[in-house]
Design a protein around this ligand. Structure first.
Ligand SMILES: NC(=O)c1ccc[n+]([C@@H]2O[C@H](COP(=O)([O-])OP(=O)(O)OC[C@H]3O[C@@H](n4cnc5c(N)ncnc54)[C@H](O)[C@@H]3O)[C@@H](O)[C@H]2O)c1
Length: 262
């Protein structure tokens, strides 16, 4: 059943080859949007595009490294050249970095993570917003994290980056509001994607059983006792992208089964 009406809407999803980005891309398409899937991984991004096409949806893939401003300009321009506008921007590509105490955290990893999770999100908004402002409509959803609201022991760069995403979301939300453009952020807890497999492995220091134990511990620390599925995050992204959220901007919406409350 169709839940949202994105007919004639054009959406960009960065990290569209990953767990959350793929769920968002497929759901946007199922609800009528044309989708520009952006990812560093061509295989992962093309898989998303092919899944959309199998269901008779419309999508293209643009390979881009969000660390590079030229690549960001490239996916924006490709979207305009192909579909003429941008209505929805799911600014979602991200990297977990390393699982290490702050004192051992490699500076180079810190810098690279900031370039993806902060600069990439900033540049995405910088280059998408002018199109939305000009057309006086549009919705941006930045993927932050519960890590943007809490301490993240052993993941200092990731936590700092997601705090920054929330700061940028507030500023962009206020600046864009007079033009009828909304900017919000989602703050997922733990989500069942490749990123969590990598984090579990980091906590387990590469040992499989220890990684599995860290997963069980993370599940147990969530009041509803489980990870989110990517689709659940995509559902919130759909709401924020839709006119049902027409008076919500500059906000951070937590979606974590209540984990942040305990
Ligand atoms: N999985 C979780 O528990 C969780 C929780 C909170 C927030 N998040 C956030 O959700 C977003 C999506 O993560 P996911 O869980 O789907 O992880 P994922 O690893 O499945 O997907 C991330 C995607 O981003 C892409 N990507 C990474 N670096 C890139 C770059 N430089 N340029 C372009 N694309 C790049 C990857 O190729 C991958 O397809 C991220 O911003 C992440 O921080 C995830």
């Amino acid at each position: 059943m169709q839940k949202f009406d994105f007919t004639n809407k054009v959406a960009i999803v960065t990290g569209g080859g990953g767990g959350i980005g793929r769920a968002a891309s497929l759901t946007l398409s199922e609800n009528g949007a044309k989708v520009v899937v952006v990812d560093l991984s061509e295989d992962a991004g093309m898989l998303t595009v092919n899944q959309i096409k199998e269901k008779n949806g419309e999508a293209i893939f643009v390979k881009a490294d969000v660390m590079k401003e030229e690549d960001i300009k490239g996916y924006v321009q490709k979207t305009i050249d192909t579909y003429g506008k941008i209505d929805i921007f799911i600014n979602n590509a991200g990297w977990e970095g390393k699982v290490l105490p702050l004192v051992d955290y490699p500076t180079e990893v810190f810098d690279n993570l900031m370039a993806i999770n902060v600069r990439g999100v900033f540049l995405g908004m910088k280059h998408v917003l002018p199109h939305m402002i000009k057309q006086k409509s549009g919705a941006i959803v930045n993927t932050a994290s519960g890590a943007g609201l809490l301490a993240t022991p052993n993941m200092v760069a990731y936590g700092a980056s997601k705090h920054a995403v929330l700061g940028m979301t507030k500023t962009a939300g206020v600046e864009a509001a007079p033009y009828g453009v909304r900017v919000n952020a989602v703050c997922p807890g733990v989500v069942n994607t490749q990123m969590m497999r990598s984090i579990e492995s980091g906590y387990g220091k590469g040992d499989k059983e220890a990684a599995e134990a860290s997963r069980k511990q993370l599940e147990a620390s969530t009041p509803d006792g489980r990870y989110a599925e990517p689709q659940e995050i995509a559902n919130l992204m759909m709401y924020l992208s839709s006119d049902l959220a027409s008076h919500i901007t500059g906000q951070e919406l937590v979606i974590d089964g209540g984990a942040i409350l305990i």
